[in-house]
Design a protein around this ligand. Structure first.
Ligand code: NAD
Length: 274
């Protein structure tokens, strides 16, 4: 069986000291773990999510781990431009955003193949997963300019399904994540001379509610996916968060327009170990 993820220390070394960071989908798996690491590394973190109660629970978890953290929350539906704008502008009195993590996304239970995906599910998925990311990028750029940032980092969450085809189709989701990769790449090139970096994160299937609630107790459905992991296990949200931290920090200053695949070699595997 695969090695379990290492325990990560709560001791930071100031990799994001002095930076203001926004995390969308901050009450969920990747978003919360990333908020914790960002706070640990000295950032002021603005956690944004559509669910007010989940956001409060997530903030409490963060503060229980890092009592000295500088953290705020804001309820936001990323598919609504005015909400995203309000989140970004909330950081204006603090000097504007430096790190924007456009992470909120959905995978709907009625998403299916070309024949069976309902029109409304296609639109809902794209409004959140694609338009939400676009609004985040747009208002981040406006803020970077407003505050004359010489360097800034935007990270957009895509998925491995943007890179490899899946015989368990979720066509609207897959198409939405392909769009995230394409728009991230283009923005990286457009804004490179302003010092604004744009990178995409491509997570493998993870141990987070988004996937695990959907798989439930269905063992065959679960095995259908697990078998493709050379490691023999799903990824953990914190393993994604570590990669996001690198992209957010100045250590990745020359990493731009990159699709960072964090998947335990799942997308590189032909036959996996028995
Ligand atoms: P999650 O379901 O644990 O968290 C997602 C969070 O986004 C939730 O807190 C939810 O309330 C919030 N959210 C949903 N709709 C929103 C909206 N309209 N506006 C603001 N917030 C909203 O999911 P996760 O696994 O942490 O996923 C985070 C990102 O990673 C998503 O973009 C997802 O597509 C992507 N991803 C996940 C997996 C996986 O297996 N979990 C794999 C690849 C990519």
């Amino acid at each position: 069986m695969a090695p379990v993820p290492p325990a990560f220390t709560l001791q930071g070394s100031g990799r994001l000291a002095g930076k203001n960071a926004i995390v969308t989908g901050a009450a969920g798996g990747i978003g919360l773990e990333t908020s914790i690491l960002f706070a640990r590394e000295g950032a002021h973190v603005l956690m944004a999510d559509i669910s007010a109660p989940a956001l409060e629970t997530a903030k409490a978890k963060l503060l229980a781990l890092i009592p000295s953290a500088s953290v705020d929350t804001k309820v936001c539906d990323v598919s609504k431009e005015a909400h995203v704008q309000a989140v970004v502008e909330a950081l204006d009195p603090k000097g504007g955003v430096d790190v924007m993590f456009n992470n909120a996304g959905i995978m709907h239970g009625r998403d299916d193949d070309a024949v069976n995906t309902p029109d409304d599910i296609w639109d809902l998925t794209h409004n959140i997963n694609v338009k939400g990311v676009w609004y985040g990028c747009k208002h981040a750029v406006l803020s970077f300019r407003r505050h004359a940032k010489a360097r800034a980092s935007v990270i957009n969450t895509a998925s491995v399904v943007a890179l490899v085809g899946s015989a368990t189709p979720q066509l609207a989701y897959t198409a939405s994540k392909g769009a995230v990769l394409a728009l991230t790449r283009e923005l990286a090139v457009v804004h490179a001379r302003e010092g604004f970096r744009f990178n995409a994160l491509c997570p493998a299937p993870l141990n987070t509610p988004l996937l695990q609630d959907w798989l439930g107790d269905d063992k065959p459905k679960r095995l259908r996916r697990e078998i493709h992991f050379p490691t023999g296990r799903f990824g953990e949200a914190v393993e994604q968060a570590q990669a996001v931290l690198f992209l957010a920090s100045d250590e990745s200053n020359f990493v731009n327009g990159h699709d960072l695949v964090v998947d335990g070699a799942m997308s590189k595997a032909y036959v996996t170990p028995e």
